[in-house]
Design a protein around this ligand. Structure first.
Ligand code: GTP
Ligand code: MG
Length: 212
C-alpha cells in the first residue's frame, strides 16, 4: 500500500514537472508553423518546410540522468532537451535563415548554439542546434524552461532518422561495417544537399534573367 502511494506521488511529481514542457513544445511548434504560413500567405519562400516537436519520455530522461549523473534537483538545468523541436528545411542555406529568425524573436532567448552543419560529427550527423529559454505560462504561473531546437535539411533528417533507428536496434553498438556505410551515406547526403542548392540557384538565376 505504501509502495503504491509513493508510486502515485512520483507520477504526480513527474506530471507536474512536465506540464510547462508540454506547453512549451505545443507553443513553439505552433509558432514555427505560423511563421511558415505567414511566408506562404505573403507569397514568400518559406525556409521552414516541416515542424515537429516532442517532450522527452520519462524513461529517456531517467536514462540520461543516470548516464550524466544528474540529480532530480539538477534535472531542469542540466537536461536541456526535455522539450525538443525539430525544424526541417528544403535547402542547407535555409538553416541559417531559420536560426536568424529565432535569434531575432523576443519570445525566446538563445542560450547556446551548436553548428554541426559546417562541422559534422564523426558519426556523420549534421544539424544546427539551438538551446533557447522560453517562458511557459501554466496555472501555476510563469516558468522559464529550456528547449532544444534542431534545424536540418530534409536530407540530413533522412540520414539522422535511419542512423538513430540503427543505433537503437544495435543498442549503440552498430557493427563497424554498417557504421562505415553510414559515414559514406552521410557524405552522399552532403553532396546531395550541395547539388540541390546548385540546381536551385541556377533555376533562380534563369528566372531572374527571363524577367530582365
Ligand atoms: P546530449 O544532450 O546528452 O545528447 O549531449 P550534447 O548536448 O553534447 O548533445 P548534442 O548537442 O551533440 O546532441 C543532442 C541531440 O542531437 C541528440 O539528443 C540527438 O537528437 C541528436 N544527435 C546528436 N548526435 C547524433 C548522431 O550522431 N546521430 C543522430 N541520429 N542524432 C544525433
Ligand atoms: Mg544536449
Amino acid at each position: 500500500m505504501i509502495v503504491k502511494e509513493s508510486c502515485f506521488m512520483e507520477i504526480r511529481l513527474w506530471r507536474e514537472l512536465l506540464i510547462p514542457y508540454e506547453l512549451a513544445v505545443k507553443d513553439l511548434v505552433m509558432k514555427f508553423k505560423l511563421l511558415q504560413k505567414e511566408h506562404r500567405e505573403k507569397n514568400l519562400y518559406s525556409p521552414i518546410e516541416q515542424v515537429t516537436g516532442r517532450v522527452k519520455s520519462i524513461n529517456s530522461i531517467l536514462e540520461k540522468m543516470q548516464a550524466k549523473h544528474v540529480s532530480w534537483e539538477e534535472l531542469e538545468e542540466k537536461i536541456e532537451d526535455i522539450a525538443g523541436v525539430r525544424i526541417i528545411c528544403q535547402f542547407c542555406e535555409d538553416i541559417e535563415k531559420v536560426a536568424a529568425l529565432i535569434r531575432n524573436r523576443s519570445d525566446m532567448r538563445v542560450l547556446e548554439e551548436k553548428d554541426y552543419v559546417t562541422q559534422g560529427k564523426d558519426s556523420g550527423y549534421r544539424s544546427y542546434h539551438m538551446i533557447v529559454s522560453y517562458c511557459a505560462e501554466t496555472l501555476a504561473g510563469k516558468k522559464e524552461i529550456h528547449a532544444e531546437i534542431q534545424i536540418r535539411t530534409l536530407a540530413m533528417n533522412f540520414w539522422a532518422t535511419i542512423e538513430h533507428s540503427l543505433q537503437y536496434k544495435y543498442k549503440g553498438n552498430v557493427p563497424a561495417d554498417l557504421a562505415g556505410r553510414l559515414t559514406e551515406a552521410a557524405n552522399s547526403v552532403l553532396k546531395l544537399d550541395e547539388e540541390m542548392s546548385l540546381v536551385r540557384s541556377e533555376v533562380m538565376d534563369a528566372q531572374k534573367s527571363m524577367l530582365h
